[in-house]
Design a protein around this ligand. Sequence first.
Ligand code: ATP
Ligand code: MG
Length: 491
Amino acid sequence: MIEMSKFIIPEDVLKVSEGLESAGFEAYLVGGCVRDLIIGRTPKDWDITTNATPEKIQEIFPETFYENIYGTVGVVGESEDPTLKIIEVTPYRKEGTYSDARRPDTVEFGVSLEEDLKRRDFTVNAMAYRPKTGELVDQHGGHEDAKKRLIRAVGEPKVRFEEDALRMMRGVRLSAELGFAIEQKTAEAIHETSEQLSKISKERIRDELIRIIETKEPMQALFVSQKLGLLKHISPSLEHGIGIDQNQAHSFDVFEHLLRALQHSADKEWPFIIRLSALFHDVGKPATRRWSEEKKDWTFHGHEVVGARMTRKALTELRFPSETIEKATNLVRWHMFFSDPDKITLSAVRRMIANVGQENIWDLLNLRICDRIGTGRPKEQPFRFRKYKSMVEEALRDPVSVAMLAINGADIMSHLDEKPGPRIGWMLHALLEEVLEDPEKNTKEYLLEKTRVLTNLEDKVLRAMGEEGKEAKAEAEGEELATIRAKYHVD
Ligand code: ATP
Ligand code: MG
């Protein structure tokens, strides 16, 4: 037996269940939240099922909304917590026949709780818990499966996947999120029914893919998706890399390399965009692979250009938002940047930053790390990579120069009786020295005031002041670089 008294159910949820019960109805927590309570995970949302009709539910609670065909009424609470703000209350319901592998032809209300649980996808998702009595309704063995850490379809798996093909992806995703295995018969049924996933809209497939990528174990989940025949309906271009061996620097075929790169980004808990780019970064390799007699090895020239095009196409097909498509495509396009700090110039680093865009440069460097780890034979080069990063930071920062000043040569000439010529440069450098000493002085008012003094000085004196300014500038530059290098431990 499980100890239900250990369940921590938020007050806001209890309020809703008590509201229903005191009006004479049954109220059960159901689905994902019961599963999560049992395995000790924090529920993402709280669903309640009841024998009250949508109309009754709306009468019981002061603030509700109801705008769907499934009978779900959103009960609005007072909580600030987004997972508790709206508690969804749905009457027990039963689904009619499925003729399109996507959605029921009819839904029927006013059935029993048992009927309602039967329509649910997996046993761990098909339990209900009644806070009033502490009773757990578990007619499909969900509690046992939760203990065994198994994803098992409710009823006949093949029939359930034929009703709604998205359940197959939900199963894989759930198994990745929870770290559960897919039960044998359920996995076999997915394998046999996988073709049906092609009937599901790309948007729904995309949403499940996003959730898979965001789990801790996306590599495993995508391997399983491939084995069970789902991946070709998720994003077929990923499968082209299966069995495509790479050059000497790699231990794995292209497919496994992509998954390992993705897995590293997940291990690092990096943002979604890096994970997605890691998954696609070498997708252009199969199409560009050539044997080089000279090197006695495979080459993949231009795979990043082809790969960027394929990434754009794949993500467009999955209806990703254009911002995501552009960002991932861009990272894939530039992932082959040359990064040997001993052989590269600062201006080459600057060009690289200009190519990928300043806002993307750190994501690109992280993608490179995933790529390196994903080879299975990463060359030990943390020092050189840090050195490269310090060069990037150096290239990114504004140089110490008279351009930092709040006034320029044109301002000086329009305020004073000065002509174009070396005196302007000397004045600016003299001002720069002061500003480096005290950045607060970098205002238009102060600097113009100061030029009224400088303009009275003869050339010789002014030149000397200008020279001093240049020295101060060189010193400041040196200090900034030393700071950057120290930060990356490459000084
Ligand atoms: P989470 O909220 O953590 O994503 P969940 O299990 O609550 O997980 P939801 O999508 O919120 O997932 O669905 C709530 C419940 O509805 C599920 O637990 C399951 O019982 C049922 N359910 C959802 N989608 C399906 C489906 N396609 N077929 C059958 N039952 C489903
Ligand atoms: Mg849920």
